[in-house]
Design a protein around this ligand. Structure first.
Ligand code: FPP
Length: 224
């Protein structure tokens, strides 16, 4: 969801104003995804690398996250959204961790939209943690290394049990993956949109879905 900073700068506003408007775009996009009948939506809200931003901005972002969960949870739950968090959430303050756990528990029975928010997420760290977990099992004698196949590794990821993304949308003209779901995006279609995240809306989502619908997906197989 990038472009918050540039959106604010172009209006001579502080970056926090861009992140606030970004949170409004999150709300709009969730509503639009539900309207479009999308079953799974994952939002990259905070990367492992984002901790390296100036302390004041990190504090602003964690504050916004705290506020967002508190103000939106009831509505998300009501709308049939199931919330999951992926990432190294241990790095967030205890009250936010507790709010996130409570939000996951409260919405665990919902099925309309599976909403995943990636927080303090980095795909390389996720893969390294999965390798460590498998290595520990081998050392403990509970796993034969020969049983480590793609499914076994996928079960160690934050996304265990979730479908791989079909479509990855990147906003604000950036054309990188930036350490997001490296394993899971093996066959994802990429759509790049120049729109800054705070301006994202139902029309932009519809555009991305239309572009996706026009792609021929072969998953490595020959055209039939
Ligand atoms: C990247 O834009 C955006 C972030 C690092 C934060 C994303 C946060 C939100 C959209 C709001 C809160 C989200 C939730 C789920 C409550 P940038 O700051 O890198 O902008 P730039 O690329 O223009 O510098």
């Amino acid at each position: 969801m990038d472009g918050n900073g540039r959106w604010a700068a172009s209006r001579h506003l502080p970056r926090l104003a861009g992140h606030r408007e970004g949170a409004r775009a999150v709300r709009r996009t969730i509503e639009a995804a539900i309207d479009q009948g999308i079953g799974w939506l994952t939002l990259y809200a905070f990367s492992s690398e984002n901790w390296r931003r100036p302390q004041a901005e990190v504090t602003d972002l964690t504050g916004l996250l705290r506020q967002y969960i508190r103000s939106e949870l009831a509505e998300l739950a009501e709308a049939g959204v199931r919330l999951r968090i992926i990432g190294e959430t241990a790095r967030f303050p205890a009250d936010i961790r507790a709010d996130l756990r409570a939000a996951e528990a409260r919405t665990a029975g919902n099925t309309r939209l599976n909403l995943t928010i990636a927080l303090s997420y980095g795909a390389r760290a996720e893969l390294a943690a999965a390798a460590r977990a498998l290595a520990r099992d081998v050392r403990a004698g509970t796993r034969d290394p020969e049983t480590i196949d793609e499914a076994a590794l996928a079960r160690q990821l934050f996304t265990a049990g979730m479908p791989d993304p079909d479509l990855l949308i990147r906003t604000s003209g950036e054309r990188r993956l930036s350490n997001f779901l490296l394993w899971q995006c093996a066959y994802a279609e990429f759509v790049f949109q120049d729109v800054l995240w705070p301006d994202y809306d139902a029309a932009r989502l519809a555009e991305a879905l239309a572009e996706f619908a026009g792609r021929e997906r072969r998953f490595g197989a020959r055209p039939g």
